[in-house]
Design a protein around this ligand. Structure first.
Ligand SMILES: Nc1ncnc2c1ncn2[C@@H]1O[C@H](COP(=O)(O)OP(=O)(O)OP(=O)(O)O)[C@@H](O)[C@H]1O
Length: 314
């Protein structure tokens, strides 16, 4: 678990992080999102104990980074965006080198190396030279290296940059597995669209401040307000269907006025959650509305970020 409270970091005359608070729970993958210079790297460096904050509290898996930095460093691992790699080593040798530097006894190393290679889906490359790997594979080897000491908290700086779509799917699957194992993952990025694929939570920063944070759905609801239900009814009974649709939907406390977007397709601004939307669908069908399709349209993080940015600037 990551708990940051009222963090401030100054570089001489520049205040890079202002009174920032953030909580990320176990099993969560949180995207730390912001434009260049927002303060993402500074926040991560403070969390790793590499920069002394001006003030503020940082707890990683319950350990106070400022009071017990050595213990905190044992529970956290970091993957930088362009990590140095040793091309003339084989993948397993590269991992063995790091396992040695973590003081892992020789007998335990092969098992740990295999486990982390399996987690990132690169077992078949174990005996290949690092030089022969693609950018995406190198990222995954770095991730395997980061996983060797079995950290509870992972900080990943731009892990998807330069990785092709196949590599991103692999990364997404790895992150899912880490979340299932109960790890707490914080990923910094300014590639917003990709974060929608990877993250269960987001923390949006601008000019050193946290603009909004929470699970993707919470942030979406807070920033964007209602989601929208898109309902298509079968055309033949359109007029009747429309009347029934309006009657049922407008009685639902989560719904606002029904709007026809074209022919037989309607949009309903909707505050309710998935459970309530399912209830509304059942009611529509029960009232005889012949529903051809029913979906919840959610805004992507990119729209969210634009909206937050616009609000911040206004
Ligand atoms: N060593 C430093 N000395 C002085 N100012 C710095 C230093 N490092 C960063 N800054 C400033 O602190 C602010 C936050 O920078 P930071 O690198 O944390 O942002 P970022 O969100 O990680 O940006 P990017 O996406 O470009 O990596 C910026 O205004 C930057 O110019």
């Amino acid at each position: 678990m990551i708990e940051v409270k009222d963090l401030r970091v100054d570089y001489d005359t520049v205040c890079a992080v202002h009174d920032l608070s953030l909580e990320v729970g176990p099993g969560e993958v949180c995207g730390l999102i912001g434009p260049n210079g927002a303060g993402k790297t500074t926040t991560m460096r403070a969390m790793l104990g590499l920069i002394e904050p001006t003030y503020g509290q940082i707890h990683l898996a319950g350990v106070d980074m400022r009071e017990r930095p050595r213990d905190a460093c044992r529970v956290v691992a970091f993957m930088p965006d362009f990590p140095p790699m040793y091309d003339d080593l084989k993948v397993w040798e590269f991992l063995d080198l790091f396992a040695t530097s973590y003081f892992i006894p020789r007998k335990q190393r092969p098992g740990l190396i295999d486990r982390s290679l399996e987690l990132v889906g690169l077992m078949e490359k174990k005996h290949e030279f690092v030089a022969t790997l693609s950018r995406g594979m190198r990222q995954r080897v770095m991730l395997a290296k980061t996983l060797i000491p079995d950290p509870k908290v992972l900080l990943l700086d731009e892990p998807a940059s330069g990785v092709d779509p196949r590599g991103r799917i692999d990364l997404k699957n790895v992150l899912k597995r880490l979340a299932i194992e109960g790890k707490t993952v914080l990923i910094s990025s300014h590639i917003l669209a990709e974060m929608t694929e990877f993250c269960t939570a987001v923390a949006i920063m601008e000019r050193g401040r946290m603009v909004v944070s929470g699970t993707v759905d919470e942030v979406r609801a807070r920033v964007m307000g209602a989601g929208v239900l898109v309902v298509e009814v079968i055309g033949a009974e359109e007029a009747e269907a429309e009347a029934a649709l309006r009657r049922v939907a407008e009685a639902d406390p989560g719904a606002s006025a029904v709007e026809r977007v074209n022919g037989s397709t309607f949009e309903i601004p909707y505050q309710g959650d998935a459970e309530q939307a399912a209830g509304l669908l059942a009611e529509l069908v029960g009232a005889g509305v012949r529903v051809a399709s029913f979906s919840r349209r959610k805004e992507g993080l990119e729209e969210l970020f634009l909206k937050v940015g616009a609000r911040e600037l206004s």
